[in-house]
Design a protein around this ligand. Structure first.
Ligand SMILES: Cc1cc2nc3c(=O)[nH]c(=O)nc-3n(C[C@H](O)[C@H](O)[C@H](O)COP(=O)(O)O)c2cc1C
Length: 196
């Protein structure tokens, strides 16, 4: 009763949403991905720095190049998901910052002139955006299968460059047969939350 989001939406985004390990053949269109991005881009990041970058792997050739860098257990689902997205952090996000933060353009030089500061900020904020992205996939009635089981250096070399660090690979589509591992328990409120 404390939540204002209706119960069906709560189920769609969280309670009944699961991490899919198999997928049907139903395609995931560019229009769906654009609708997901146009929703989740509003999720907050520090200084509005928006460091997430996304590579959609659509071609058979691209898929083959990606699968070889995935951990063994992640290969079959990455090979067969209708769409696979590589989510990456842009460590040079500061170049866009004056445009993204027009009321405080000095932030670029005040806080992000050094690469280590940018890498730290980009890692955190792009990970936040990756989480928004996963929830956005669910909002589109699709299932996401995020994975960090891959050779990050290999994925970076194959699909990105020195300024873009891979965060996770996400399989996207309608869940197929036996799509779920057993639902694992979650920590309770009392185990997680303390009040001072
Ligand atoms: C960042 C991240 C990395 C993950 N990496 C893998 C992976 O490499 N392989 C895999 O099978 N599942 C991976 N998972 C899936 C998680 O194990 C799964 O989302 C979690 O257990 C919750 O499952 P549920 O949504 O079915 O409750 C990953 C999930 C996240 C969010």
């Amino acid at each position: 009763m404390s939540l204002v989001l209706d119960s069906a939406a709560q189920d769609l985004l969280f309670r009944e949403a699961r991490t899919a390990n198999t997928f049907t053949d139903e395609p995931v269109t560019d229009e769906q991905v654009q609708a997901i991005y146009d929703l989740v881009k509003f999720g907050p990041t520090a200084f509005n720095q928006s460091p997430l970058r996304v590579v959609l792997v659509r071609s058979a050739e691209g898929r083959e190049r990606l699968v070889q860098h995935m951990a063994e257990g992640n290969r079959p689902k990455t090979a067969t998901a209708p769409l696979v997205a590589i989510l990456a952090a842009d460590n040079e996000f500061h170049e866009e910052l004056p445009a993204l933060l027009p009321h405080f353009p000095q932030a670029k030089d005040m806080f992000f002139s050094e690469r280590p500061a940018r890498e730290s900020a980009a890692g955190l904020n792009a990970a936040l955006q990756a989480a928004y992205f996963i929830i956005g996939v669910r909002a589109a009635g699709l299932a996401a299968g995020p994975m960090t089981g891959y050779d990050a250096a290999g994925v970076q070399k194959e699909f990105l460059d020195d300024d873009h660090a891979p965060l996770m690979v996400v399989n996207i589509g309608k869940p197929g047969e036996d799509a779920w591992f057993p639902r694992s328990p979650r920590l309770s409120f009392d185990e997680v939350v303390t009040t001072v």
